[in-house]
Structures are given as C-alpha cells and as structure tokens.
Design a protein around this ligand. Structure first.
Ligand SMILES: [Zn+2]
Length: 457
C-alpha cells in the first residue's frame, strides 16, 4: 500500500474542515479550507487530473492517494478497552485475525483483548502469544488484558508483575466474564498494579445475587418468568470496589456500567477523588429489557439490558463525563450457543463493527455529543486508561497516523453475515446503521479502504 494520502475536505473532531496529508506513518500537514469549498463536486477528480496522467494511478497527486473526505469526519483511531478475541481456545467463535479485521472495519486501531481465553491469559507466556498473533495479523494493535486470578477462578492472584514486565507490557487486568468477588483478592490486585500504574477492570457482578439470573430483574422478567438479575448485584460490587480503590490509592476501571445506581456510585467516587474510570457499551446505550420479550437470545448479555431509566442514565453519564469511555464488550459466540432457547444460550453480543454508527445515531445526531466528545470517549480516554502512548492522540501535525475516516450520513441495513467477525450474534441485525467507516489507518497504512478491509499478503 502507498504510504502517502491526501484527505481533502474532511471535518476534524473540532469541526475544522481541512485537507490532511499523511506520509511515512505520521500526519504531515493539515491545511484548513473554507467550509464552502469543501464538498465541491468532483474535487477529487480535479486533483487527480492535475497530477501527471499516465505516470501515476488515478486518484493520486504527487505520489499521494487522494481521498475526497467531504461530509466525513476524521477521528483518531478508535481504541477498545473490552474486546473478546477468543483465541487461543475459542477459534470457532473468533480468532485474533478475524476479530482484528472486524475492529479495523469498525474504525479501531487498538483493542484490549480480554483474558478469558483457553488457556487463560494469566501468564507472561500466554499474553505474549496473543500479542504476537495480533502483530502477525497486523490490523490493529492488540493489547492483551491479564487475568487477575489464576484460571479466572477468583482464588489465587495471577502473575500480575510478570505479565506487566513481559513483552506484552500488560497494564489492564481483569477476570472479565467473572467478578473478582473476594474483597481480599481485589485489594491485593489493586495493591500490585499500583507499582506500575496498572488498572484493575472489574466485571461487577455479585455472584450470589445473580445465581441462575437470566435477564434484568424488573417487570419484564416477572412477566416472562425469567430469573431476574437485580441492579444491586452490580452496584454493591462497584460500591465496595471504589472504597477499596480509595483505601489502596490505586486505579479502578468499571466495565460495562448498566444501571442508574452504578452511575451515581461512580459520580460519588469521582467527587471524592477516587481514581475510577468507567465504560458503557453501545448495546447498553441503545437497548432495554423490552428486547427480551421475543425470547431471542441475541439479546441475552451480561450484564443484562436494563430498564429505560437506566438507559437514559448511562446516556446522560456518557454525555456529562461520569462515564469515560464507550467499550464494545464484543463477545462473539458460535451459532449453536446463541440460536437455542434463552436459558441455555451464552451471554454476549458482537459490537466492533456497529459501535461507531450506534454512538453517532444516539449521541451525535441527537445533539448530545460533538465529534470531539466521540474522539474523547472512543479513543482518547480508553487509550489513557490502557496507558497506550501512540493511540488516542489528537489529529495534529506530527502525530502518528492512527486515524479513521467516518461517513456519518451513510446508511445501510446491518447484516452481520456480511461483516468481518466470525460470529453473527449482533443485536443490531436488520437495523439501519447510521454511518460507515470509509478508511482506517494504522501508523499510516490503510487497513480499511472504502469500507473494505485491505487484504495483506
Ligand atoms: Zn464482563
């Protein structure tokens, strides 16, 4: 792939319309253009004509591929704090290769790969294996998350320091899928990660309060006769953990906040100066427990889809900064474990390819957030939580060219079978997606071109 690009007339996160030049893996030049000049029809063609016809491929000028970016927004490459890539051990659902292609297609340039693989990512050897698989695939930076406990069993602390010092330089630790329920183990994990400014990402689910739980506890669960999953099962763990983080003076990250009460606890902890960050998933921003009425297990997820007041609370919290990040919790599952009866089905939904369109529809088109806010919650803040250095950076001259060009006006009906994930358990199947990733660049190399993942040879 050519390493030079000229993106003409795209909007930057701050609303400036500019021509942006990428070369040798960095942003070389940004030239603001008058807004009335942007979106001029045939602009790309004229530039290409101005080149030397016959000596360069169509759509290039001075060796750079020219892209008409009018109507599109150029964002820092998205960073996901919460991706299940399933490899090693779950390759029937996803591989590092397929999952990172889905990530690139969704506009991501970095993902944090959750530790609940087989074997579990609880040693330096396994996290280095996942790191290497990510590098070989070459679509996004893969940052392995280390398990908090050996085998995710919640009993003995895993080798946190060895994983932090390994080639994978692990900074985020989580037993996600399981809650670190033992308060002593949680305290010790917070103490260990403090030494290298790591963070413990908690899947807040009090195990006794959720035994056999199948969906959010409320009027709908009572009506459907499905065992309820009370909000307090999430909130009681968050309350305990923010107090532990304060006591230890360490960093806590709360995964997939789903209730209004959880938002209030995070708000309270932040007001006390506790080092806590929080994420919300696109599906918890978009969907309620009413989705369970058809008993379609595509809507079965952990934590469960909540009530309408909870959904409004997490939207408001993302808007006002109490929730720091959008994270996908991309959780691919093979058809046989999702296309069965509700009680037997696995928890989880895919999300990498739909996250940005969902955020665009719910938060940007409604006027609740700007593109600068989207850059903050989907790139800058998650990169900061994960201690990444060349991700989540401003779109500015001299910065590494980790970027995504998103067309917010594009419309398409989502068919997950046409996507890049190996699994199709998307709750947005058949829905109209608001926007599409046109290009993604990883250190200046296009991983996605006009919506298609670039095949590597
Ligand atoms: Zn989780």
């Amino acid at each position: 792939m050519t390493s030079a690009y000229l993106i003409r007339g795209a909007s930057l996160p701050d609303g400036t319309v500019a021509d942006v030049r990428l070369a040798n893996g960095v942003i070389r030049d940004i030239k603001a253009v008058p807004a009335h000049d942007a979106g001029r029809p045939g602009a790309a063609q004229r530039v290409s004509d101005a080149g030397r016809p016959g000596s360069e491929p169509a759509g290039t000028v001075a060796g750079a591929t020219v892209i008409d970016g009018s109507g599109c927004v150029l964002l820092p490459g998205l960073v996901d704090l919460h991706t299940h890539l399933r490899e090693p051990g779950g390759e029937e659902a996803e591989t590092v290769w397929s999952g990172t292609r889905a990530a690139a297609a969704g506009g991501y340039t970095a993902v944090h790969a959750m530790a609940n693989t087989f074997p579990v990512q609880d040693t330096a050897g396994v996290v280095e294996q996942v790191l290497r698989l990510g590098q070989e695939a070459g679509y996004v930076d893969v940052h392995p998350v280390g398990a908090v406990s050996v085998g995710l069993e919640g009993e003995r602390l895993a080798e946190l320091v060895a994983m932090a010092r390994s080639g994978a330089r692990v900074r985020v630790f989580s037993d996600d899928g399981h809650c670190v329920a033992d308060p002593v183990l949680m305290r010790r994990a917070l103490e260990y990660v403090k030494a290298f400014d790591g963070v413990v990402a908690q899947h807040a689910q009090e195990p006794r309060l959720t035994e056999g739980a199948l969906m959010h506890e409320g009027a709908v669960s009572a009506e459907l006769g499905l065992t309820g999953w009370p909000a307090v099962a999430e909130e009681s763990i968050i309350a305990r953990d923010v107090l532990l983080a304060e006591h230890v003076g360490s960093r806590l990250h709360v995964c997939h906040v789903s209730t209004a009460g959880s938002v209030e606890l995070v708000r309270w902890a932040k007001s006390r100066g506790v080092h806590v960050t929080a994420e919300v998933t696109p599906h918890h921003l978009a969907l309620t427990d009413e989705s369970a009425r058809g008993y379609d297990p595509v809507f079965k997820v952990n934590p469960p889809l909540r009530g309408a007041a909870d959904v409004e609370a997490v939207r408001q919290a993302l808007q006002d900064g109490v929730i720091d990040c959008v994270a996908t919790d991309h959780a691919p599952h093979p058809a046989e474990t999702k296309e069965c009866e509700w009680a037997a089905a696995s928890f989880g939904m895919t999300g990498l390819e739909t996250a940005l369109p969902v955020v665009n529809e719910l938060m940007v088109e409604t006027g609740r957030m700007t593109w600068a806010d989207v850059a903050r919650v989907m790139s800058e803040a998650p990169a900061r939580v994960g201690q990444l250095t060349d991700q989540g950076r401003p779109v500015a001259v001299g910065e590494v060219a980790n970027l995504t060009l998103f067309d917010p006006a594009a419309r398409r009906v989502w068919d997950p079978a046409s996507g890049y994930s190996k699994s199709t358990n998307s709750p947005f199947k058949g829905k109209e997606l608001h926007g599409r990733t046109r290009y993604t660049w990883l250190r200046g190399r296009a991983t996605v071109q006009e919506g298609k993942v670039v095949e590597r040879v």
